[in-house]
Design a protein around this ligand. Structure first.
Ligand code: AMP
Ligand code: GLY
Length: 414
């Protein structure tokens, strides 16, 4: 019997825990009410005080803060880079400098601390304008706009610290790239890199990609546009030079390199790296690997990943249900209808799993909204069409006041 600890409290951690639980015991710290209701142990004990065969750190913040270093210093097997490797996500300015030095194809960019220089650079760019907060902003620090006036206002707000505080007093201004976006989750054990099923995330809040960027409103995998040839190309042109650069800088990286890739007419270009599993991408990836995930992740932590892809035979689609007012002012405390006491659908649909992101129990033991993204419902089936139907059938059974949901997740591919 194996044992794992998952660090985090969202739907990503719920999906990881659910897959790892197929191989043995799992404890999530701190987890959430929905994960606990699903029969997975949640504890509010720091990971450093727990023992297990494998530690998987979900969110970026603890990685940036050095949790993986602390756990490794205790002799634990960990999936997740130390603080040095996590800078790839912790600072977009650092990441862009790293990519330029490694020779990874990416958007042209400038890094600025002062308004006049930033605005001068902006005026040399053509639309769409892309303005990014340097530090961590939970997926909400990026503006992509066709309007110069909006871009200028955003630069000024970010640099003055009004929109993101200290995370935003450095901005990255980038060339806008056009194309289909793909999230490639690459497991990296310090030597070998291995791509899991490519996924597509739907980042804008509204149908047809309208409205502001969010943490992600849904996803599907595998993404067929991202053929195995294209995956190979990304592994060669993006991941391989990254690995060389990590080695050159003597950064010990054992964890997930999540490559956000734009498939442009001039070939794949890297938008960004994250140093952890994607959310909601994990809600489609983890169910596809299921019981195989523990061995894969343990091999990452132990530095003995085998080469070659493990295929997936099914498709998964996840639909996120977000709270009223998401992403700017999510409302807490709305009663959620349609969930049973185990946090799964009260009226079960075979092939659908409910992963909890932001829920809690009220004093009478009923689930209420308690976060921006509230639930992620994943359908798994033999085709994207069926997986999508299942996810939306599940979503039709779960309601709460002001629920925000996209209706077009994976629609274009069926
Ligand atoms: P990031 O946090 O850097 O992944 O940016 C969030 C989202 O903004 C990405 O997933 C893209 O949809 C969009 N984006 C970021 N950079 C660019 C770019 N250079 N060109 C076009 N869209 C971008
Ligand atoms: N799905 C976007 C992210 O995890 O950052």
């Amino acid at each position: 019997m194996t044992s794992s600890v998952v660090v985090g409290s969202g739907a990503r951690e719920h999906a990881l825990a659910w897959a790892l639980a197929q191989s043995g015991g799992v404890v999530v710290t701190p987890g959430n009410a929905g994960i606990a209701a699903h029969g997975i142990s949640c504890v509010s004990v720091p990971a450093t005080e727990l023992e297990a065969d494998l530690f998987v750190i979900g969110p970026e913040q603890p990685l940036v803060d050095g949790l993986a270093d602390e756990l490794r210093a205790q002799g634990k097997t960990v999936v997740g880079p130390g603080a040095e490797g996590a800078r790839l996500e912790g600072s977009k300015a650092y990441m862009k400098e790293f990519l330029a030095s490694a020779g990874v194809p990416t958007a042209r960019f400038g890094v600025f601390h002062h308004e006049d220089e930033a605005l001068a650079f902006l005026s040399t760019m053509s639309p769409p304008y892309v303005i990014k907060t340097d530090g961590l902003a939970a997926g909400k620090g990026v503006l992509v706009t066709a309007y110069l006036a909006e871009a200028r206002r955003d630069v000024m707000e970010k640099l003055s610290g009004t929109s993101f505080g200290d995370a935003g007093t450095t901005v990255v201004i980038e060339e806008g790239l056009d194309g289909e976006e793909c999230s490639l989750t690459v497991l990296f054990d310090g030597t070998r890199a291995f791509a899991l099923a490519p996924a597509q995330d739907f980042k804008r809040v509204g149908d047809a990609n309208a409205g502001p960027n969010t943490g992600g409103m849904g996803a599907y995998a595998p993404m067929e546009v991202m053929t195995s040839e294209l995956v190979k190309e990304v592994m060669t042109s993006v991941v391989a030079p990254t690995v060389d650069e990590l080695h050159k800088r003597a950064i010990d990286f054992r964890g997930v390199l999540y490559a956000g890739v734009m498939l442009t007419s001039k070939g794949p270009k890297l938008l960004e790296y994250n140093v952890r599993f994607g959310d909601p991408e994990t809600e489609v990836i983890a169910p596809l690997y299921g019981a195989r995930l523990f061995d894969l992740l343990r091999a990452v932590g132990e530095g003995r990943l085998e080469k070659g892809a493990v295929g997936t035979s099914q498709y998964a689609v996840t639909v996120v249900l977000a709270a009223h007012g998401y992403p700017h002012h999510p409302r807490h405390g709305d009663m959620i209808f349609g969930l049973g006491r185990d946090g799964q659908l009260a009226q079960p649909v075979e092939g659908v799993t409910v992963y909890h992101a932001g829920t809690e129990l009220d004093e009478r033991g009923r689930f209420i909204t308690a976060g921006g993204r509230v639930l992620a419902l994943t359908g798994v089936a033999d085709s994207v069409r069926q997986a999508r139907e299942l996810a939306y059938e599940g979503a039709s059974l779960v309601t709460f006041e002001g629920r925000v949901m996209r209706n077009d997740i994976a629609l274009a591919v069926i």
